[in-house]
Design a protein around this ligand. Sequence first.
Ligand SMILES: NC(=O)c1ccc[n+]([C@@H]2O[C@H](COP(=O)([O-])OP(=O)(O)OC[C@H]3O[C@@H](n4cnc5c(N)ncnc54)[C@H](O)[C@@H]3O)[C@@H](O)[C@H]2O)c1
Length: 399
Amino acid sequence: MKDFIHDICVVGGAGHIGLPFALVFAEKGFNVAVYDINQVALDTIGKGIVPFMEDGAELLLKKALAAKNLTLSNDAQIVSQSKNIVITIGTPVDEFLNPEFKIITATFEKILPFLNEDQLLILRSTVFPGTTDWLAQWLKSKGKMPLISFCPERVVQGKAIEEILNLPQIVCGITPEAEQAASDLFNLIGVEIVRLTPLEGEFSKLFSNAYRYITFAIANQFYMITTSAGVDYERVMDGVKYHYPRLDGLVGAGFSAGPCLFKDTMQLNSFAKNEFFLGQAAMNVNEGLVLFVTDRLGVKYDLKNTTIGLLGMAFKPNNDDARASLSYKMKKVLTFKAKKVITTDPYVTSDHDLMPLAEVVDQSDVLILCVPHKQYEHLETKGKPIVDIWGFLGNGTLF
Ligand SMILES: NC(=O)c1ccc[n+]([C@@H]2O[C@H](COP(=O)([O-])OP(=O)(O)OC[C@H]3O[C@@H](n4cnc5c(N)ncnc54)[C@H](O)[C@@H]3O)[C@@H](O)[C@H]2O)c1
């Protein structure tokens, strides 16, 4: 039996899912290694700075660094020194909306020499159904036989620290031993365990995201129908939901974006041989909402002579993550049609074109609330018209 230095190595551990996971386990007293190819992010983390917004993460990071139970490395060899290997790399879809396997295979090619049969490998990234079984076969063909499990991450970005500790953990093993070893690990942080087979678990994660994506699409489609009819969707929604629990699940309209919901719905569509019609419809509705807004603006305003100000460039409220944000689709479409498009966001740091809120309000003829960050709650628009599909400002549908 091999002696290990680290209890856990999180591969992709500088990312949005890997880092909170590493910090939660470090806080519980585990000796955690973070392996990531992003040296800039590792340097930032090493200085006690979390590279993205995540509630409670900075405090845990500072504690872990002080306690010396967090090791940061860009050298794959650290995998060989770790008992449990947790994979949290990104799993995007390609330009044809099919899963991008190259990232997974490249990662495993890199860590392959450092895997052994005394280790537990936990796939935590969201994967195409069948990936865990494929991985087990592939590793076996290379003569590597760690215990292999799939334990999907289901937290919502920004609340990961709290949710890792409170959500039940779906645990799936390639073998009963792998399932038990993964359960034992999560038992140590006191979460409830739900056992599924790997294929069931892979579906469960994709269903979670596709279900949410479709739920948002229902609201967005209702919004477009009512708005086209000159009716305020918020009023219809509030009226129909009043003391009517069967519609508790009906939500407000909003730009449904980000690095997960769209791509995981497309992963499922790809698995379903492009016959996941509900998922495709949800994609058309959610992506189409931007075009609906820009089209209506074009009817109401002479866009060639109109400066448009976009408020909120992150993919969701009160977060700094601009990955796959529909605000950028809005910007692209309007840049083509309008005199000028100017943008602002209180959190996003990755975009050098952003301007202060007051300047955007001053210089714009029309504003669009792309993301309802809390800073916009009492927004002073100085008489400028504002499009608010979210119903956030309480003014009803203004266009
Ligand atoms: N972001 C979410 O809210 C969320 C929620 C649940 C599940 N997920 C899933 O978690 C996974 C990770 O998502 P994320 O948002 O954390 O992505 P991310 O891009 O923030 O993090 C991925 C990390 O992996 C690193 N990486 C890439 N290739 C590597 C390699 N070969 N070796 C080591 N490190 C490597 C990157 O540098 C990056 O730091 C995805 O499968 C995603 O679908 C995400």
